[in-house]
Write a new protein. Structure first.
Ligand code: NI
Ligand code: MN
Length: 228
């Protein structure tokens, strides 16, 4: 059983069947909706970073330093983390995948911008991404921060659980996210990147109704888990 726990925003902990502990887009300390703080994370094996914006990456470096977790992300993000003293990094880039011990992880395209939080000199630019994971046939898609992309059609039938932003303003809103669901046809959708601040408030139940004919929508509160 894989267990996916939401910490608000785009931050999830995934504990895989083989007990590997992965965190997507660590955002705990400054996340008004987070159910835990940095100090509550004890064991962590991997951090999968979609992009460098503060609400996805600020906590990645301190967490990696304390837990020894490997930061997996775009080449520039991994290099930046290494320069900041993170011991274990794994650089990747869009369209590339790698067979990790927990499964295959591929960086998917995302249409967005990205500075690198903590890069005070502005020397690093980086490409935002999403993640597609295949863990012995359990397939998870974390879309990252992105606009609706017709490229998402390439994922059709290849996703069991899709984590999609619905907050609007900085990413897809509910209408475009509903089209993404039509494109991908995942079994289950978990909405994310909404409700963190007033600017991205959305009604997840309205989104659920909108996509009811395409997929089951599971609405989590921070701290809730979904097993698959
Ligand atoms: Ni962003
Ligand atoms: Mn964001």
């Amino acid at each position: 059983m894989a267990r996916l726990t939401w910490h608000g925003h785009s931050c999830f902990t995934l504990v895989t069947d083989d007990d590997t502990r992965i965190m997507f887009d660590p955002f705990l300390e400054e996340n008004p909706k987070a159910d835990i703080g940095l100090k509550d994370v004890e064991d962590l094996d991997f951090i999968l970073a979609s992009h460098g914006h503060f609400d996805h990456f600020t906590d990645a470096i301190p967490l990696a330093k304390r837990t020894g977790a490997t930061i997996v992300g775009a080449f520039e993000l991994a290099t930046f983390a290494q320069n900041q003293g993170v011991e274990n990094v794994h650089p990747m880039n869009i369209g590339g995948g790698h067979a990790f011990p927990f499964g295959y992880a591929k960086m998917t395209p995302a249409l967005h911008t990205a500075t690198v939080a903590g890069d005070d000199e502005g020397a690093f630019t980086t490409q935002p991404a999403g993640w597609w994971l295949d863990m012995n046939g359990k397939r998870l898609y974390h879309a990252g921060d992105t606009a609706l992309l017709t490229d998402m059609q390439l994922l059709k039938g290849k996703v069991d659980v899709a984590l999609l932003p619905i907050g609007d303003n900085f990413t897809m809103g509910p209408d475009d996210a509903a089209i993404a669901v039509e494109f991908i046809e995942p079994r289950v959708v978990i909405p994310m990147h909404y409700g963190t601040w007033e600017l991205i408030d959305q009604d997840p139940n309205a989104f659920k109704e909108k996509v009811a004919e395409w997929a089951e929508v599971v609405i989590l509160d921070a701290g809730d888990s979904y097993n698959f």
